[in-house]
Design a protein around this ligand. Structure first.
Ligand SMILES: Cc1cc2nc3c(=O)[nH]c(=O)nc-3n(C[C@H](O)[C@H](O)[C@H](O)COP(=O)(O)O)c2cc1C
Length: 661
């Protein structure tokens, strides 16, 4: 029996100024990248509508454009061209008893594009710390126009029915560039002192208040901790918050961590962070401004965590970013005692990876982001239910089997491992990767509920599959790392060198530490390789990654790469780039591994090598493909069995084939 009202505080209303929030759940602002050049994209409208219907009390949208320079990616709020769209949108959201804020934000110098960007403006003429884009210092008349434009857009949004706006003053963007003494070297009225550096933000807040009155919600997301010694430290953040609130009545405050530097990853904490990692900081900052409700933010994924935050009085409201991308019905499911059926965010940050490449927001554990039927548990029934064989119980095969079964197909699923989830499940057993198990856990729970014929621990043969007379076969048999050319092939045949996956399976079976050095020859660049390196570091005295490419982790989003580099540095995992191993007799005789730069012949050595393993690009496992096709049955390859990629493609293709059959 679902337990009703397990989270009484989370589902208690809150009065914020004149507005009543029906519960304490806020959708944090996230860029969606649906594009707005041709007006509001239907997916944009649908994405937020799904979250409003899913039970959030307040939605903060992605940033709108209040200046033409902010581009056509964003909804236009600097003239009246989109007021019809904006009005329709706000009406749709607010008719779900959900309040709506648009975000006001400017990137300033912080551009995530390598190379030079013309026409950038910033607090000071200092290069961006990540991509070195060089801005020109904003002049006082420009700042005046900026303030006016932001307030003008807010007024337009108010006319369109928005509850208010949130100013994003964190994440290393323009307001943050002004607030931080590291990036603001001005000696005029917009710099020099805390009041000066805060002036732009204060002026925008005041101008909005003046133009829109008190009947317009004003939320501010401030920097809480840049993670840099000379940036906005927690104590400076507290002073900034106090100063702001003294100058202008603000309705809601929240805090973001990290900045546009090597600490950018801090704003998207993953498994390398504890859960709700910023609550001690947020609790401390909340004490500075007792008169303003504070939103807790940062890796809050579970309703029990959210309830605990409210129960301890650490914040009045809980803002969820990624958790609501993964499951828009998170609030409703929690309220109805169905938290077990939430699809949980796995903090992998592929959502951010997608938008940063200019692609629409997407999620590893939710292949239906922004679909009209995203909230539906029951998918549209198949017109003619079929017998379907799915071979492979990794997350691609599980998603395909689950989707097909949800549509009424009769599904048999084979998996050669005893546990479902394949590579993702294996990775979830490595350090800092445990959340990943949620993907397969949810799929498996659904498969059991749906009564799918599960044949785990069985390597399916063509005969096994054909014996059930399938009307369609889905092949999701994964992929295998290729042998690295730098090593003699006999080492594989002798069992001397194994791939990293085989090594990990062995290590997980046999706990205990070993003397010597573990060497990983890395041509792979995905997150699992470095999680495995962490496991090796738990077990061996030293770990050296011989990376054949320019840097490690090039195949993962920037924030994940930053985290991997930080972890390797913190844990003393050594990385040598643009090198390759060279096999000599010394290795077999003395455990002395030679390697060289890919540009030269000089050999260098690593002594006391106890293990050599490799991680390389993978080739699809397709042994069953031709024989099954020859039998005349339609066969579909998905996931890594089609082309080895990241988990998002696996669940997306599993879902797509489940819907297409
Ligand atoms: C895909 C993505 C896009 C984001 N875009 C924005 C943005 O445009 N403005 C902003 O203030 N924060 C943005 N954020 C940060 C979130 O608002 C939030 O601070 C962060 O995700 C931490 O919350 P969470 O752990 O609940 O996801 C984004 C986060 C993600 C994952």
């Amino acid at each position: 029996m679902p337990e009703a009202n397990a989270y009484p505080l989370l589902f208690s209303p809150l009065q914020v100024g004149p507005w009543r929030l029906k519960n304490r759940i806020v959708h944090a602002s996230m860029s969606l990248r649906y594009g707005a050049a041709k007006g509001m994209h239907p997916s944009y409208h649908q994405y937020y509508l799904n979250r409003a219907r899913g039970g959030a009390a307040l939605i903060i949208t992605d940033p709108v454009a209040f200046l033409p320079s902010q581009g056509s990616e964003r909804l236009c709020a600097w003239n009246d061209s989109m007021v019809d769209d904006l009005s329709r949108f706000s009406q749709a959201i607010r008719s779900e008893d959900c309040h709506l804020l648009a975000q006001i934000q400017d990137n300033g110098r912080a551009r995530r594009v390598p190379g030079r960007v013309a026409g950038l403006r910033g607090a000071s003429a200092l290069p961006d710390d990540l991509f070195y884009a060089m801005p020109e210092e904003m002049t006082p008349p420009e700042l005046e126009a900026f303030v006016e434009a932001a307030a003008d857009a807010a007024r337009r949004l108010q006319r369109c029915g928005y509850t208010g706006v949130e100013l994003s003053a964190g994440h290393g963007h323009l307001f943050h560039q002004f607030l931080s003494p590291r990036t603001n070297l001005r000696q005029d009225d917009y710099g020099a002192t805390l009041a000066g550096r805060s002036r732009l933000l204060v002026e925008v807040c005041q101008a909005i208040r003046q133009l829109c009155g008190d009947d317009f919600m004003l939320a501010v997301k401030l920097p809480g901790d840049d993670g840099l010694r000379d940036g906005v430290t927690p104590s400076l953040a507290a002073q900034i918050a106090r100063h702001l609130v003294d100058q202008v009545p603000v309705n809601l405050l929240s805090y973001a961590q990290g900045t546009h530097h090597h600490t950018l990853e801090m704003h998207l904490p993953d498994d390398s962070y504890p859960r709700q990692p910023y609550m001690p900081l947020i609790r401390r900052l909340k004490l500075e401004t007792p008169e303003v409700p504070v939103m807790a933010l940062g890796r809050i994924t579970d309703p029990a965590e959210a309830e605990g935050i409210l129960a301890r009085g650490d914040a009045q409201v809980v803002a969820l970013g990624r958790a609501l991308v993964t499951d828009p019905a998170w609030p409703l499911k929690s309220q109805r005692g169905m938290a077990r059926s939430i699809r949980y965010c796995v903090s992998c940050n592929s959502c951010w990876g997608a938008i940063i490449q200019g692609l629409p927001l997407a999620c590893d554990n939710n292949p239906r982001v922004a679909h009209p039927a995203e909230l539906d548990v029951d998918l549209p029934a198949a017109t003619s239910p079929k017998r379907i064989a799915v071979v492979g119980a990794g997350i691609a095969g599980l998603e395909a089997a689950m989707t097909a079964a949800q549509r009424g197909h009769q599904v048999t699923l084979w998996g050669h491992g005893a546990m479902p989830g394949g590579k993702a499940q294996l990775q979830s057993r490595l350090p800092i990767s445990e959340s990943l198990s949620s993907i397969a856990d949810y799929q498996f729970m659904e498969l059991k509920r749906l009564g799918v014929d599960l044949r785990l621990g069985q390597q399916a043969s063509v005969q096994d599959v054909m014996a059930m007379q399938p009307q369609a076969v889905v092949l999701a048999t994964g992929a295998t790392m290729v042998w690295p050319q730098a090593l003699p092939i006999r080492l594989r045949d002798d069992g001397w060198v194994k791939d990293l996956r085989e090594v990990v399976v062995d290590l997980l079976k046999h706990p205990g530490t070993q003397a010597g050095v573990a060497v990983v020859y890395d041509l792979d660049q995905t997150a699992g390789t470095y999680a495995a390196a962490e496991l090796l570091k738990d077990r061996f005295e030293r770990v050296v990654i011989l990376c054949g490419r320019e840097s490690v982790a090039q195949d993962v989003p920037l924030v994940v790469r930053q985290r991997i580099q930080r972890r390797c540095a913190e844990r003393g995992i050594e990385i040598l780039t643009q090198v390759e191993p060279v096999w000599t007799d010394l290795m077999e005789e003395e455990g002395r591994l030679a390697y060289r730069s890919i540009f030269g012949d000089t050999l260098r050595y690593i002594d006391q090598v106890a293990l050599i393993t490799y991680a390389t690009p993978r080739k699809p496992n397709v042994d069953l493909w031709e024989p099954l096709r020859e039998s005349g049955v339609p066969v579909h390859r998905i996931g890594d069995c089609l082309l080895a990629r990241e988990p998002m493609s696996a669940t997306a293709e599993g879902h797509a084939i489940g819907m297409a059959l």
